[in-house]
Write a protein that binds this ligand. Structure first.
Ligand code: NI
Length: 211
């Protein structure tokens, strides 16, 4: 997708998501949980209704579900492999940030699993997503699925996507939210990673939340 040409619908959607994230995060220390609150600072996305079950397919055509990553921190990014600009940039900066964090904190970084999920199941076959992921890191898992599987995953992660402009040669763009999420070991949302600010910012954010 192209950040300069975001349709207003996308912006409206993003604003609504950010507002709902903020509201949810602000209301996290509710009376219900008063007894069990620790003095720890809450994560920005703590308590947000983001993430949750999915059933997708990896590069070998094997089924992968969200709970397969139980016990691991997870970085989750939705995009498409034919994306000319934003997706490859975001993924590259995120992986470089994770690698920086790994150099400084190898133990903690070993608990982080980066995941790329296609929003273009039409063209992103398992092997194409696998090749895309492998181009950035041996550790990055690329997932795709049927239209229904991808839709369900995107909905649960509050990701908007829609077929966009046609491109020369018979291709097309996919408009989509570009959000790098960080989840905790139980699948709980923690924060977004600032890939747009570069790898160092990503590494710093990981250091805040990954223990
Ligand atoms: Ni993109």
């Amino acid at each position: 997708m192209n950040r300069d040409a975001m349709p207003s619908r996308y912006l409206k959607y993003t604003a609504a998501i950010v507002a709902s994230i903020a509201l949810t995060a602000c209301s996290a220390p509710s009376e219900d949980s008063a007894g069990s609150e620790t003095a720890q600072m809450g994560a920005p996305l703590e308590g947000a209704d983001i993430g949750g079950p999915f059933e997708l397919v990896n590069k070998d055509g094997e089924t992968v579900v969200w709970d397969d990553f139980e016990g691991k921190y997870r970085i989750v990014y939705f995009g498409f492999t034919y994306c000319p600009d934003i997706c490859p940039n975001d993924v590259q900066r995120t992986i470089r940030g994770l690698n920086m964090f790994a150099q400084r904190q190898p133990e903690r970084a070993s608990r982080v699993q980066p995941i790329f999920i296609s929003v273009d199941p039409e063209r992103d076959t398992p092997s194409i997503v696998g090749e895309f992921a492998a181009a950035f890191s041996d550790n990055l898992i690329g997932l795709t699925g049927s239209h229904e599987q991808v839709k369900q995953a995107a909905d649960n992660f509050r990701i908007y996507y829609e077929r966009g402009q046609d491109t020369p040669g018979g291709g097309y763009l996919v408009d989509h939210s570009a959000i790098v999420y960080l989840f905790g070991p139980a699948g709980e949302p923690l924060a977004t990673l600032p890939a747009d600010q570069g790898p160092e910012a990503v590494a710093a954010e990981l250091a805040k939340w990954v223990s």
